[in-house]
Design a protein around this ligand. Structure first.
Ligand code: AMP
Length: 383
């Protein structure tokens, strides 16, 4: 076991690393992070912040030699970087998992090949491939870049024949995936953790409401039928086992009207929908990651109360500094990630609230967020 006072090394330096670093600090670990950034959300909490390119393998080696275990908070770390680090320190989850999940085509091929449910998908490298694949999926369908896509970046919905060529030109990447459009009822996720000895824990089903392809509000427990809940957890468990996963992982799903589940994406790290565990769970998704990668027993995933989380994007700063006092008066808790440049669509922080019911918790976070700018939110749960 890698115990308190040891140093945990984190590749990436965003908010996921920040919350992991906070949990690590609470438990008496030392923290070092590595990314090209400076004064980063993670670096502000860590003992040491290394600012260097991921491709600088000499710096990567020095970093790995200086820590007791390496993990990551961002999946687009080059495979070579992870390979180099793993020569000098244990790396969890393993590089092979990162390699699969950082590319939609490899990820979907893995899921399909292991009988996990995915939407029909096709590899696209030329316009002719796309034209042929659209014949099979029909309209609408979604074209996505195979690599480096998240939060709806690098994707384009194709509604008709006229959209085909512009969608291909817009993405203009070496490799893309065409997916059938899923007419889902809800989006849900399961955040789970697995230890090296095969112990598995999960937080159950979270419901996720997106706005402009970016997660907006999550709440738990999700209001889904018992059989859907069980199946989602079993799929997450199955994926974790197939990967021999060590760490925290999230599986995002589309839930269709006929109650069938489709896996949309795997995140080989803590996930935005799991931020609500930071306040509401006995051991958060970040603490589970720490425990798993250090070979410690996993913690309790019990949620103390129904909980909701609302993201705070840079858009909220457009008319000046948000009114923080007004927001936190209402029982919501404020998390800010220490980013000093609020850009539209950039995740700057989140609010969480616990209540007797999820409806109440969602109402509190939405109300609190609307108080930041004085603009009323009228959406309820999941609509
Ligand atoms: P992604 O980056 O693939 O997670 O996509 C971001 C969001 O776009 C998802 O959370 C969905 O809201 C939407 N989306 C992506 N793919 C599809 C699809 N095949 N069918 C319907 N909606 C989709």
């Amino acid at each position: 076991m890698i115990g308190p006072n040891s140093t945990i090394g984190i590749f990436g330096s965003g908010q996921l690393g920040r919350m992991l670093a906070i949990e690590a600090r609470k438990m008496g670990f030392r923290v070092a992070c590595y990314s090209p950034a400076n004064d980063s959300p993670t670096g502000q909490i860590a003992d040491r912040e290394i600012s260097a390119p991921y491709e600088d393998l000499e710096k990567v080696r020095q970093f790995a030699e200086s820590v007791d275990v390496v993990t990551f908070e961002f999946e687009n770390i080059p495979a070579k970087t992870i390979e180099e680090a793993s020569r000098f320190a244990p790396v969890h989850p393993k590089g092979e998992i990162l390699y699969i999940t950082q590319n939609r085509l490899r990820e979907k091929t893995f899921l399909f090949g292991n009988d996990f449910p995915v939407a029909p998908f096709y590899k696209i490298t030329t316009l002719a491939d796309l034209e042929e694949a659209v014949e099979k999926t029909g309209f609408p369908c979604v074209l996505k870049t195979a690599g480096f896509g998240y939060d709806g970046k690098g994707q384009s919905k194709i509604n008709s024949k006229e959209d085909i060529a512009p969608a291909f030109e817009k993405l203009d990447k070496d490799e893309c995936v065409l997916e059938a459009f899923v007419d889902f009822e809800k989006e849900i996720s399961v955040v789970c953790a697995r230890s090296e000895s095969g112990d598995f824990v999960h937080f159950g089903v979270f419901e996720n409401d997106h706005a402009n392809h970016i997660l907006d509000v999550s709440f738990a427990p999700g209001a889904v039928a018992h059989n859907v809940w069980e199946e989602a957890v079993e799929i997450a468990r199955g994926i974790a086992e197939k990967f021999e996963y060590v760490g925290t992982m999230c599986v995002e799903f589309f839930l269709q009207k006929n109650e069938e589940l489709i896996v949309n994406e795997i995140a080989p790290r803590p996930h935005n929908s799991g931020h609500l565990t930071f306040d509401a769970a006995v051991a958060s998704q970040f603490e589970q990651q720490l425990r798993a990668v250090c070979g410690m027993p996993l913690g309790s995933t019990k949620l103390v109360k129904p909980v909701a989380m609302a993201n705070l994007l840079g858009d909220l700063w457009m008319d000046g500094e948000p009114d923080w006092s007004a927001a936190i008066e209402s029982g919501a808790k404020l998390h800010l990630y220490g980013k000093n440049e609020p850009r539209p669509g950039r995740k700057m922080g989140h609010l969480t609230a616990m209540a007797e019911t999820v409806e109440e918790a969602v109402a509190i976070v939405r109300e609190a967020r609307s108080r930041l700018t004085g603009i009323k939110e009228i959406k309820g749960i999941g609509r």
